[in-house]
Design a protein around this ligand. Sequence first.
Ligand SMILES: CC(C)(COP(=O)(O)OP(=O)(O)OC[C@H]1O[C@@H](n2cnc3c(N)ncnc32)[C@H](O)[C@@H]1OP(=O)(O)O)[C@@H](O)C(=O)NCCC(=O)NCCS
Length: 153
Amino acid sequence: MTVVLRSLSALDLPVLEQLHRESFPEDPWSARSFGELLALPNTGGLLVQANMDPLGLLLWRVMADEAEILTLCVRPPARRRHVAQTLLARAMDTFPKAGAHRLFLEVAEDNAAARALYKGLGFCEVGRRRAYYRRPGGMKTDALLLEVMLTDE
Ligand SMILES: CC(C)(COP(=O)(O)OP(=O)(O)OC[C@H]1O[C@@H](n2cnc3c(N)ncnc32)[C@H](O)[C@@H]1OP(=O)(O)O)[C@@H](O)C(=O)NCCC(=O)NCCS
């Protein structure tokens, strides 16, 4: 199996919508939303494919000396094969070249898989938004703001 990471383009919009819906069925992003984000000058992303089949995506923005992960997802059948880790490691390598010294993201407190992934990459909790994400049955869960330093500066 040949795994390839490549930059997102406007041609990927339907695939991005499909990948996002599979991982976030309760709040999927449309192809149009992805297109509007990717049209911004400070936004970029990666798609990972195996034998041309899309496995996952990562979208980010860089503002001044900070980068932010906007969304990340891996198709359920492709999980636990270090796809997300590879995507993030590649992106974290490139952010300092764009001037970013630190990376932020938000994760739901009840998202154990994502929190374990980010912990393994060195992220630390630096903030919290109470009851930020809605859950079935009227429940809510906090959003954790995580940060990792990308350089020594
Ligand atoms: C979170 C997500 C992106 C992880 O993708 P993935 O490709 O399966 O993750 P990786 O295989 O790169 O995992 C790397 C490490 O993270 C941790 N991890 C990942 N998934 C885990 C899980 N379900 N349970 C426990 N630890 C997990 C492990 O330490 C893992 O390393 P290991 O397999 O050697 O133990 C994926 O589960 C997903 O798309 N979830 C739905 C969308 C989502 O929650 N996105 C993030 C929003 S902030």
